[in-house]
Design a protein around this ligand. Structure first.
Ligand code: ADP
Length: 242
């Protein structure tokens, strides 16, 4: 979508003052819900996301069970009040797509073969949406799964990069997403570098793609450090309380 808004000025500063390689502020807290087996609250720029993990537990209905491994059901939902114009409640095409790509990303890191016939439910609730919610959701899901003690090869981390008015930048904000040229959300296993999620909206030349890809991967590694700190903070305080 073209716009009269100047998304990046002559000094390379973006609308919120960031440079092209800067992420928005990210705050992560692990273990915020008592009833869930694992949980996470995450703020990323103007996004607010809550994740509750249940399981592994017997998959119901029984015909959904896989005798060889656990099934991973990520369910992404945007609250009706999370966007400017009230969003019609309930699942839609977009939320089904995001649920599917996040489920597939998580299946690649969870040691599902350790839990045959089980289900691992990952409920992702977007309370405030301001672009980049699938990355925020996958990042928070990784922390909530670790908080639930579910064995994983690694904690998945996610970040996007994109193009605004001809400039490749990391972590698009709301206006940048609305009026920008391309968005490239990526999820990785930071330890191995395996790509768990990669989608692209818009057009990039090969050169732009490579730059955006590098920015998104670099962003994932920064996000990973914040995730590890959040988990450490929770479990360090538990040990200190004893
Ligand atoms: P992501 O949130 O992963 O970037 P999209 O690119 O599909 O996913 O959406 C970009 C942003 O558009 C969302 O973060 C949200 O702020 C906004 N948005 C998405 N769906 C709606 C909707 N139904 N109504 C209003 N705004 C929406």
């Amino acid at each position: 979508m073209e716009s009269d808004i100047k998304l990046i000025d002559n000094n390379g500063k973006r609308l919120d003052g960031r440079s092209e390689g800067d992420l928005r502020n990210i705050k992560i807290e692990a273990g915020v819900l008592h009833r869930a087996d694992g949980s996470c609250y995450l703020e990323w720029g103007g996004n607010k996301v809550l994740v509750a993990v249940y399981g592994p537990r017997e998959a119901i209905p029984r015909h959904s069970q896989n005798p060889l491994r656990a099934i991973v059901n990520a369910r992404y939902n945007m609250a009706a009040f999370s966007v400017e114009d009230r969003k019609r409640p309930g699942p839609d095409r977009r939320s089904r797509e995001i649920s599917k790509v996040i489920s597939e990303a998580l299946e690649k890191v969870i040691l599902t073969e350790q839990f045959p016939r089980a289900a691992i439910d990952v409920n992702i609730e977007v309370l405030d949406a301001e672009a980049g919610t699938r990355c925020a959701g996958l990042t928070a899901a990784g922390v909530a799964l670790a908080d639930a003690g579910i064995p994983m090869k690694d904690i998945p981390a996610s970040c996007a990069a994109g193009k605004i008015q001809g400039n490749v930048v990391v972590d698009l904000g709301k206006e940048e997403d609305n009026f920008g040229d391309a968005d490239l959300p990526i999820g990785i296993s930071p330890r191995t570098g395996e790509i768990l999620l990669l989608q692209m909206d818009g057009h990039l030349t090969l050169e732009e793609f490579n730059k955006a890809f590098d920015y998104a991967i670099e962003g994932c590694h920064k996000v990973s450090e914040i995730q590890k700190k959040a988990i450490l903070e929770k479990y360090q305080s538990v040990v200190e309380e004893k």
